[in-house]
Ligand binder design. Structure first.
Ligand SMILES: NC(=O)c1ccc[n+]([C@@H]2O[C@H](COP(=O)([O-])OP(=O)(O)OC[C@H]3O[C@@H](n4cnc5c(N)ncnc54)[C@H](OP(=O)(O)O)[C@@H]3O)[C@@H](O)[C@H]2O)c1
Length: 234
């Protein structure tokens, strides 16, 4: 049987995760995507075309460790291996601190920080076995802070710190770990509806190309933290 590499992308039903999934599928990877809503994940999976045997749509809420454990188990059951995790699922809540609600803070930290931890923990045995690759999708908001960003900045600074420490923990196992820190990318982030006015931004498939290019790098090379921004201004 052909031994294609397998990838799990959390939050692959739209936006950046979907763009990475589509790109890697076209490059011959097997790709599992998840979403809180199985119908959205299945609709995205169908939209890719290609061989349906190379795509797996999963329901998983990254905030729940058992969901992520089940997602990885489904991937191993179907394909026997996991080579790449892209911990991408995330959301953004923006408000001045005096209007930042506890529930919004908790949703932000639970999804963007604890969710990444849950995905990584669930995948550890599999990526050690495959000597694979873990990506997290942080943000330039993980190094540049701004007004209304207390929760989002806190979450993305945390993802950058978490991923750098994870990288050191995983190097002895020959598992590569990188965080990608994008600037503006066209997506549904923060209830945005993509339109022609987003043409100046990075497009989701560009992040797909970046992930693919990083996967092709010589095994001795590890770009552990990658900032990427639109080359044009608005
Ligand atoms: N767009 C940008 O400019 C930009 C820049 C830098 C970094 N980022 C980061 O990129 C990542 C992806 O965002 P995006 O821009 O692609 O946004 P998006 O278009 O809104 O997509 C977000 C994805 O995450 C999923 N998701 C959200 N909460 C989830 C949960 N609890 N469990 C599982 N899946 C969940 C969503 O699916 P469901 O809603 O169906 O669950 C969706 O598939 C985020 O971490 C974001 O912070 C975005």
């Amino acid at each position: 049987m052909e031994n294609k590499k397998t990838v799990y992308i959390t939050g692959g039903s739209k936006g950046i995760g979907k763009g990475i999934a589509d790109y890697l599928l076209n490059k011959g990877y097997r790709v599992a995507i998840s979403s809180r809503n199985i119908k959205d994940a299945e609709a995205a999976a169908k939209s890719f075309g290609g061989n349906p045997e190379d795509v797996l749509a999963l329901q998983s809420d990254v905030r729940k460790p058992e969901d992520e454990t089940n997602a990885i188990a489904s991937i191993i059951k179907k394909w026997g291996q996991l080579d790449v995790l892209v911990a991408n699922a995330g959301l953004g809540v923006f408000a001045p601190i005096d209007q930042m609600k506890h529930e919004d803070w908790n949703a932000q930290i639970d999804t963007n920080v604890t969710g990444v931890f849950n995905s990584v923990k669930a995948s550890l045995d599999a990526v050690k076995e495959s000597k694979g690759y873990i990506f997290t999708i942080a943000s330039l908001a993980g190094t540049n802070f701004f007004a209304n960003g207390t929760a989002y900045n806190a979450s993305k600074f945390a993802v950058v710190g978490f991923t750098q420490a994870l990288m050191l923990d995983m190097r002895p196992y020959q598992v590569k770990v990188s965080t990608i820190m994008p600037g503006s990318v066209t997506s549904h982030f923060n209830n945005h509806t993509p339109s022609e006015e987003d043409a100046w931004k990075i497009q989701p498939e560009d992040i797909g190309q970046l992930v693919y290019d990083m996967l092709q790098m010589n095994p001795r090379v590890l770009p552990s933290k990658v900032e990427v921004r639109p080359s044009n201004t608005k």
